[in-house]
Design a protein around this ligand. Structure first.
Ligand code: 5AD
Ligand code: SF4
Length: 481
């Protein structure tokens, strides 16, 4: 029989990390003032969730978080490799951080995340950024306490980027979540899809799912701690459970989590169209806590390009899928990712993309210019479209979506929506819309009313709309599920 639990990091190894945390804590407790840490995160929600783990470990070690890198004793930069632009920004910022060490030589500078998982990047840091102390890849995150302790004990610079390519799951390490009523909850890691443009499967390893009981226990804890808006995270949540061999898929997991009592909302991302099913839409529609929100990237509206991307669906199959989702949830808030300028994309291919945008009627689109990632199959594909032409397509795409966005926002005029207040609006001070929040579908609403508090569920009547936000007045209070 296959031992599916072998992917969990053994308890003894976790205990060793907790021991390293304790040793650093004892050392920090002797200092007259607590030392500080500073974290900067690039990239996706998965990285944000990872940074929360690193912050949790550092807090347990006795470090206090600061928003000013210049006063930090430990600096951690969590990097992204999805597009070249993010990598360039990281190298720009590393120059600034390593400069701090000119006057404060005892600062420890760490880099982690997807970008440093690539050999050629690790080599570049080794050669050109000698003041970076610790470089650790995505598979090594749980070993951060041990690596930091080694460096504090005088070890030479540390480069740990290999690790188990299948990846392991570490349970039981601390986490420090960002303030507010929203929390990330990772349900799986890695990706098996190998879309030809994407670096993620190479840097984050194979798909591996957390055990449902661990996820449920974390959800119960989050609800008990007062979190009200919880996002389940995975590169492709729709393939949850395939590796566990317990006959549980993502729709089953959703139904199980939905049964956890409390006043909270549950959302998830990202879904891959090839694995999204009617069963999933039924589970969403039938749930008490599950938001009617779906992020379903289609990337391109051309069957030729979709095939070259290795996406595993056609344009019409995709459009039929979102129609089905809307039959189950007429109030569905839908978003997507699109890549413009994939190698070999013609004007006709691009027209296919515009067609999906028009027919799909999205509330929100994340649009990207194709970025060549070395090591991926698409990087070797011929590409004779000029940068100007790609930019022109990109601009036309934005224009098309802007008109649709406005119409969709306008349709909410005078409607009643349930909003979770999650902050103060940072608009003009004299504005009467003092608070901001999110609808069940994740739309931003600026809210006015008496006696409002962060974490309140309120009923709002929409009075105005703009491209960016809805504006409404509170007409009732309470969680409706
Ligand atoms: N170039 C441009 N966009 C990319 N994405 C992933 N890889 C690339 C790339 N090489 C986009 C996809 C994905 C989102 C997270 O990032 O649209 O869905
Ligand atoms: Fe990248 Fe495709 Fe995996 Fe998403 S599904 S992370 S785009 S390989």
């Amino acid at each position: 029989m296959i031992d599916f639990t072998s992917r969990q990091v053994p308890k003894a190894d976790i205990a060793h990390q907790l021991d390293c945390i304790e040793q650093i804590h004892r050392r920090n407790a002797l200092r007259p003032e607590p030392p500080h840490f500073y974290c900067q995160t690039f990239g996706c929600q998965q990285n944000e969730a990872d940074t929360e783990r690193i912050a949790g470990m550092l807090a347990e070690m006795g470090y206090v978080r600061t928003q000013d890198a210049a006063e930090a004793d430990v600096i951690v930069v969590n990097t992204c490799a999805v597009r070249e632009h993010a990598e360039k920004r990281v190298f720009g910022i590393m120059g600034q951080y390593t400069h701090i060490k000119e006057t404060r030589t005892d600062v420890t500078i760490c880099m982690c995340g997807c970008m440093v998982q690539q050999e050629h990047i690790a080599e570049k840091i080794k050669k050109s950024y000698p003041r970076v102390d610790i470089v650790f890849g995505t598979h090594m995150l749980w070993r951060f306490p041990e690596l930091l302790l080694r460096r504090l004990n005088g070890s030479k610079r540390i480069f740990e980027i290999s690790g188990d390519p299948k990846g392991e799951i570490a349970e039981g390490l601390p986490v420090q979540r960002d303030e507010g009523c929203h929390a990330w909850l990772s349900i799986m890691y890695g990706c098996n899809n190998f879309c030809t443009y994407c670096i993620v499967p190479y840097v984050r390893g194979r798909e591996r799912s957390r055990q449902p009981e661990d996820i449920e226990a974390e959800l119960r804890q989050l609800v008990a701690e007062g979190y009200k808006d919880i996002t389940l995270l995975g590169q492709n949540v729709n393939s949850y459970g395939k590796d566990l061999g317990i006959g549980m898929d993502f729709a089953d997991l959703l139904a199980r989590l939905d049964a956890v009592p409390g006043e909270y909302r549950l959302r998830f991302m990202t879904s891959h169209p090839k694995d999204a099913s009617e069963k999933l839409f039924a589970a969403m529609a039938g749930g008490k806590h599950i938001c009617h929100q779906l992020h379903l990237p289609f990337q391109s509206g051309s069957d030729v390009i979709l095939k070259k991307m290795n996406r595993g669906y056609t344009k019409e199959a995709y459009l039929a899928l979102i129609e089905q989702a809307r039959r189950y949830m007429p109030d569905l808030v839908l978003s997507s990712d699109i890549i413009v300028g994939f190698p070999g994309e013609t004007e006709e291919d691009f027209q296919g993309t515009l067609d999906v945008v028009r027919r799909g009627q999205y509330d929100l689109l994340y649009t990207f210019l194709y970025s060549r990632r070395s090591g991926t199959p698409a990087a070797e594909m011929p590409d004779d479209t000029t940068a100007e032409e790609k930019q022109d397509r990109f601009n036309r795409l934005l224009q098309t979506q802007e008109g649709i966005n406005q119409q969709r926002q306008d349709a909410y005029q005078d409607k009643e929506l349930s909003v979770l207040i999650d902050g103060l609006s940072n608009g003009k001070q004299e504005s009467e819309y003092t608070h901001c929040g999110r609808t069940d579908g994740g739309l931003l609403v600026l809210v006015r009313g008496e006696d409002l508090h962060i974490g309140d569920f309120v009923d709002v009547e929409i009075e105005q709309t703009s491209l960016r936000a809805l504006y409404g007045r509170v007409i009732g209070k309470g969680y409706h599920g």
